[in-house]
Design a protein around this ligand. Structure first.
Ligand code: FES
Ligand code: FES
Length: 207
């Protein structure tokens, strides 16, 4: 038969020890360092428009865009650099905005999906995504489109990828489907629209 008295005594003892440990910890702990709330002034050119913000230095570029500038076209997927939903162009290069502190972009030019085009005047990559049905829920699409725009520029400038057959060849890279898949591998699509995404990018690359 189980001795409930032993059990309850044991629980009480362990509780007592936890409390004693805590008390000792409180006696010996250093005072908690005050969290800095100093704001940092930063200037950005976002989609051709100048913005100035006073930001907590810990704010990411993604949160500055979405929460401070109310540009919600850029999406937050994983918030840890794994999905590419937050991709924007900074000074022409694609960046995972969730991994980048906003104040580190003081003076930079940022292009988001809102700056690439509009329904009545779409960017060629946006138009290709529509024509090739390259999305389902659309959550990853702003990041896919921004990444594709950056990737096409990189390839045109001759940047090699991990599947480039001969990195000594100069000039624009030939964007085979393998090249497109490799160069877009940082952008995940949970709906699995990859076949049509590659088709859309291929059509722009060859036009
Ligand atoms: S939200 Fe930035 S990589 Fe996923
Ligand atoms: S279209 Fe739904 S996650 Fe890509």
């Amino acid at each position: 038969m189980i001795d409930t008295g032993v059990i309850t005594t044991g629980l009480a003892a362990s509780h007592y020890l936890d409390a004693a440990d805590q008390a000792a910890h409180v006696r010996t702990a250093e005072p908690t360092a005050a969290v800095s709330t100093r704001l940092v002034h930063a200037r950005f050119l976002v989609n051709g428009e100048a913005h100035e913000l006073d930001l907590d230095p810990r704010v990411t570029l993604l949160d500055a865009l979405r929460e401070h500038l109310r540009m919600t076209g850029t999406k937050k997927g994983c918030d840890r650099g794994q999905c590419g939903a937050c991709t924007v162009l900074v000074n022409g290069r694609r960046v995972n905005s969730c991994l980048s502190l906003a104040i580190s972009h003081d003076g930079d030019e940022v292009i988001t999906i809102e700056g690439l085009g509009a329904p009545e005047a779409m960017h060629p990559v946006q138009r290709a995504f529509v024509q090739h049905d390259a999305y389902q829920c659309g959550y990853c699409t702003p990041g896919q489109v921004c990444s594709a725009v950056g990737m096409l520029a990189e390839a045109h400038a001759g940047a090699a990828s991990a599947v480039t057959p001969d990195v000594r060849v100069r000039g624009p890279a030939q964007l085979t489907d393998d090249e497109i898949r490799e160069r877009m591998s940082g952008n995940l699509c949970r709906c699995g629209a990859y076949v049509n995404i590659v088709g859309a990018i291929r059509s722009v690359a060859r036009s």
